[in-house]
Write a protein of this length. Sequence first.
Lengths: 319, 303, 315
Amino acid sequence: MKRTSIRRAIVPGIAALMLALTACGGGQTSDTGTDTEGVSGSVAVDGSSTVFPLSDAAAELLSGENPDIDVTVGEAGTGGGFEVFCQDQTDISDASRPIEEDEMATCEEAGVEYTELQVATDALTLVVHPDLAVDCLTIEQVIQLWEPKSDITNWSDLDPNFPDQEISLFGPGTDSGTYDYMAADVIGAESETTRDDYEASEDDNVLVQGVAGTEGATGYFGYTYYEENQDSLKALSVDSGNGCVEPSAETAADGTYTPLSRPLFIYVNNAKYTDNEATAAYVDFYIDNLAELAEATQFIPLNDEQYSETQSVLEGIGG
Amino acid sequence: MASTAVATARETTTVIATGRGRDRSPGSLAFLIALWASLFFAVVVLLAIIISTAIDGAARFDGALFGNYLSGLFPETSGFRAGILGSMWLMLGTALLAVPLGIASALYLEEFANRNRWYNRLIELNLQNLAAVPAIVYGLLAVAAMSVLGFQSSGIVLGGSIALALLILPVVIITTREAVRAVPREIRDGSLALGATVWQTTWKQTLPSAIPGIATGTILGLSRAIGEAAPLLLVGVAVGIRFDPNGFLSAFTALPMQIYNQTSRPQEELQTAAAAAIIVLLVMILGMNALAIFIRNKFQRTW
Amino acid sequence: MSLSSNGAAGSSSGAGLQRVSLKGKSRPGETVIKAVLFVAAMISVVTTIAIIITLIRPTIDFLGEASLVTFLTGTEWAPRSGEFGAIPLVKATFLITLISLLVAVPVGLGAAMYLSEYASPRVRKIFKPVLELLAGVPSVVYGFFAITLVTPFLLQDLLNIDVNFTNALAAGLVLGVMIVPTVASLSEDAMSAVPLALRQGSQAMGANKMQTTLRVVFPAALSGIAAAIVLGLSRAVGETMIVTLASGSLPNMSADPRDGMQAMTGYMATTAGGENPVGSLEYNTLFAIGLLLFVITLVINMISISLVRRFRQEY
């Protein structure tokens, strides 16, 4: 609760900033120098529903400063987003995973050249029912718990010191990026699947409800959903060899909360960036204000190194 | 002593005049109670849904809900302006496409087609089948249709209207057919006997008599269409929009899509806003229903 | 008034008797109108063809890598692990639809009979729109209603049934409630359209209201009622959001409605909005399942149409 109130203070801060800027009169620039005065046009953004809140917040902030730029943000899924992106129909594609080979080929065929920009990090958070006396799992234990055909059904199976309590599992469905990441990158199973005897839902709020309401339950989803429900869930720390690390914005950004952090991207159509001034304005504005946007939407912001990388890649577009 | 005939005649007249019967046999009473319970059950469930949703959304029944756009930065004042206006445009477009097409198809099948030709039977089978196709598939069709029509992007009002019109077309056609079928033969035959053509009969006699049924079918169809989100997602309709739609070729968003987006976000204020928006959606449906009921009652005829 | 004769085929002019056809008289405008209407009716056929085309190409791609026999008879559905047996999904769809019909047909017909035969015109005017409002509740709302109210309170607390967090029973019940307006409203229209003369005749013969309703009105309106039920069934089979949310995303072979199980439309919904690259094998399963669904409903509808035709009354 304390952290959220600090974050809540940031939002009125942005509001004050916006008011001050718009009240200033002509030649407005944001605090980091993006000049969107006089620009108009439309920008089409589509893709991952995980990245959606961030891209939508950028659109919202921009529309406050320059209402002549019409940004439409969709959430057809990372795969669906790439499909229309590679048909040259959208300017920007939100993605919770890097573009895959087949999609790269489609883009190449259609002559769409793009630039990948990392915009935030997502930390997969393992949560348990708040009354459960388990606080930390090693990576090996996480893999044992979630790997395909796992036969762990009781907490004490993982570690004899853990309570003798039956495990109820909750998690995203097989078409979610979060599932993908857990299966392929965390567990590393060849089949790219996890065990299949768990309660699945596409809506993370349902998972929150499930874990919070079932004794001995555990689940995993993005950090934001844990952060909003800290009083009804407990997050597990993860030990990947250097001691138990708690999930938080800091540990995810500086890389100590591993391997459960995954990068989130936007892909920018190079041609549209150079030809459409509205697209350029939106992307520039987005990256310039990235830190504030991530804080306000409770995404894990990039660390300094990642941010300067993104900025330099951005400068390279249309060069 | 009154004979059976007179007693029954009296009974029947009372029934017809007042709509109330006077059976008191246990079987009849049990039957009546069972029927009444069915209606009651349906109404109770509806009330449960509405009341629980209204309670969840109570905090957000304010002007900002209608005036503001979606806000992730200021969730307390997140509003559904774009969705509300977008859905209105969408319903207009859908009705303009589905109703004339539906009535025309139904009239052809009922009045002009030779029932025994194989292709007409195929159409009939076809319609019933189409009503079972999941809404998502119509989204895919609309994308294809839009590219055939030459549009770059399909996430505009026209694209959404095509998807939803195709979705509700079977319902409109089937209900119109039943309504037209219910018009007694005598009316048609009388008109034809007086020298009218089949079309004149249809246009001036059959169709006006079938309007109440057509209105019912259209209400059912549009009520369903306004609540659809999945096909629109596939058509490429966006969720984050911060301008008002200005025509059938404008990008837009629909209220159920925004509702679904807000309910799956973690912030509790957005959930509350979404609950309030659901009530708004139901009120919009109520409005459409009221319009159609007005039409239905105005044209109601009993035989 | 003029008599019209139908062509020259076999007409006996000499005897003064001419065949009068009521359909013979036509004007050029008439043909145009008929053509226009025919085109309109063909749109539905075009739609079906378009659906089949849209679904068939990716399905063929899919069947290139997975066997058709396994698809139709296999009992394990896990595309990521290479298991392509669709029976679990089909079974779930059938079970949930069956439960929904068990709710919707009695309730819908009951409500319809009440409104059409027993209710005063004023009651009818109020309750028919109320029923139609039920049809307007977005399926997303029904889905959440199932998870947040039906499963915890109704099933687990009130009725004390040991149901899973997601279960087919809640999905079926809520789905049934959703299609009640379809069944009720259309059945009510059909029953109201039965001429008064039939009712009066029945009562003149001494039947009471219940007997009239069940033995005269109901059979006379059967065509419309059957259409209403089949429409409701179609709607139930194709419904997506409710089954996705309430019944869960795990395909299995359980026949117990207290368990969660993924239905065909649930699978389609999650795959469509998911992270799979378009064109991949997993993505193509979306179309394969869609085509299977289409074929199944086609068979159901063919059966129901032939049944209805046998029993339809004309009056």
